[in-house]
Design a protein. Structure first.
Length: 231
């Protein structure tokens, strides 16, 4: 086994009263974007984001949108402050390995998932400019993963569909799904507010059709991410 990419994420220990996240040693090759580095970051997001609750997933979508477009924002985000100082912080190390002709993710599981996801997306924002956009598109794709850390995840992230990286859905489709007027450019808080309202409406506990609820929530989630990822 040979490591082809590696990220060290520094984070508060579980007993610490404050929640902080930082980046340690990074080796994220992106010579041919998204590269091994982008694949590793997306793999961390794909696996670790699945344990986040609905509110954390929504806030993560907003953070990724802000980082991808280079907008300024305040800290902390998702109850964690991103910083450069690593003194006193625990460490988690994740690697992408070359195993014969295959690739495999070696993920550190000793700490909470949320700081791992945050470290991965903050690392994506610090990549060279030409690599940043392809890697963020791969991160958006990773957020749709619902399986485990196995060969099918690598195939999903690195397969022929990576060139598309998003479903064949358009911004116009996303606006319609969330009930916005055509050509409207809703701000992230507006997108999140509409998404949460409509998810509540389609839930069976609020009168939504049980048979359609799963697909409707899936469409609403995809529409939310398309609009948050739009420039």
């Amino acid at each position: 086994m040979v490591a082809v990419a590696e990220i060290e994420i520094r984070h508060s220990r579980s007993v610490a009263p404050t929640r902080r996240v930082a980046l340690g040693d990074l080796w994220l090759p992106t010579a041919t974007p998204p590269g091994a580095g982008g694949l590793l970051l997306a793999g961390v997001v794909a696996v670790k984001s699945q344990s986040l609750d609905a509110e954390e997933r929504d806030d993560l979508d907003v953070l990724i949108s802000l980082l991808e477009t280079g907008r300024t924002f305040s800290q902390p985000r998702l109850r964690h402050r991103f910083q450069t100082d690593v003194v006193g912080l625990d460490r988690s190390r994740h690697r992408l390995l070359s195993v014969g002709q295959a690739l495999a993710l070696e993920l550190d599981d000793h700490a909470h998932d949320l700081p791992q996801v945050l470290g991965a997306v903050y690392a994506a924002s610090q990549l060279p400019p030409r690599a940043r956009a392809p890697v963020f598109r791969l991160v958006w794709r990773a957020l749709r993963w619902e399986g485990g850390n196995d060969a099918s995840l690598i195939a999903y992230l690195s397969g022929d569909s990576v060139g598309l990286l998003r479903r064949h859905k358009t911004a116009a489709w996303a606006l319609a799904v969330l009930g916005f007027e055509p050509h409207h450019a809703p701000a992230p808080p507006e997108v999140l507010g509409r998404f949460r309202t409509m998810v509540r409406r389609v839930h069976p506990d609020h009168g939504g059709a049980i048979d359609d609820a799963g697909q409707r929530v899936s469409d609403l989630t995809e529409a939310k991410r398309i609009l948050l990822a739009a420039p």
